[in-house]
Design a protein around this ligand. Structure first.
Ligand SMILES: C[S@@+](CC[C@H](N)C(=O)[O-])C[C@H]1O[C@@H](n2cnc3c(N)ncnc32)[C@H](O)[C@@H]1O
Length: 225
């Protein structure tokens, strides 16, 4: 088993550990992220301008995307960490938004097949323990003519830097709950989604903006049990 596979292996224990880490980080999350956020703001704005219809945001965190949704957007947001959701709720109130925010696991979404026009995930698939399972769940709940909008940091596929990222990954997971060596573009494809657009940002193009479409039929969505 490769290092990445070891780190990515799903399971209840890893999901609980992720929840515990983000609950611990929640009170300082916006502070930790304040510097990169200066750069991410413009990317969030660009991505979320495309959100439409009934929207699901997976791994909503503290609600950093909220100011960028189109006016009147119909948003349901879920996150594994109840402390992150609490901050997201406060943020929504401050912004005068009546979003439906609830605790939930990306790997086991409590929504019917084909139920959202747009699914959004920003900087989430670095931390979901079994990313392909989570991406398949997104694939299942998005409508067949819907869209999935991602912003994710990924492993840099350069021999030395990639190697260093793999070695440093466990430390980042322990400190921040985030894997720095995820291959999310490949994982989106593995979940059966079709990438319509892929843009690269940041140092060594490590931030990806991905717009993906689901399969034409729900039967084509491979589900993990
Ligand atoms: C790095 S934060 C990003 C938060 C937010 N999307 C943003 O752009 O600022 C990752 C978020 O994913 C959530 N998360 C991790 N695993 C999850 C899972 N299995 N299901 C739902 N949310 C999850 C974490 O609790 C955390 O809030």
């Amino acid at each position: 088993m490769t290092l990445e596979e070891k780190n990515n292996k799903g399971g209840v224990a890893l999901t609980e550990a992720t929840k515990t880490r983000y609950n611990r980080i929640a009170p300082i999350y916006n502070i930790i992220e304040s510097i990169p956020e200066q750069f991410f703001k413009a990317l969030r704005k660009k991505l979320l301008a495309q959100a439409k219809g009934k929207i699901l945001e997976v791994g909503v965190g503290t609600g950093k995307n909220f100011p960028y949704y189109p006016k009147g957007a119909d948003v349901t947001g879920i996150d594994i960490a109840d402390q992150m959701i609490s901050i997201a709720r406060e943020n929504a109130v401050k912004l005068g938004l009546s979003f439906n925010l609830q605790e939930g696991d990306a790997q086991d979404l409590k929504f019917s097949d084909n139920s959202f026009d747009t699914v959004v995930a920003t900087f989430v698939f670095c931390s979901v323990p079994d990313p392909i399972k989570g991406l398949k769940e997104i694939h299942r709940v998005v409508k067949r003519d819907g869209q999935v909008l991602f912003l994710e940091h990924v492993r840099i596929d350069e021999p030395v830097i990639g190697w260093i990222m793999d070695r440093m990954n466990a430390l980042f997971v322990r400190m921040l709950g985030a894997n720095i060596n995820r291959r999310t573009v490949e994982n989106v494809k593995k979940a059966g989604l079709t990438i319509e657009s892929l843009e690269h940002f940041g140092p060594m193009k490590m931030v990806k903006m991905i717009i993906a479409k689901p399969s034409k039929t729900i039967e084509a969505v491979g589900r993990d049990q």
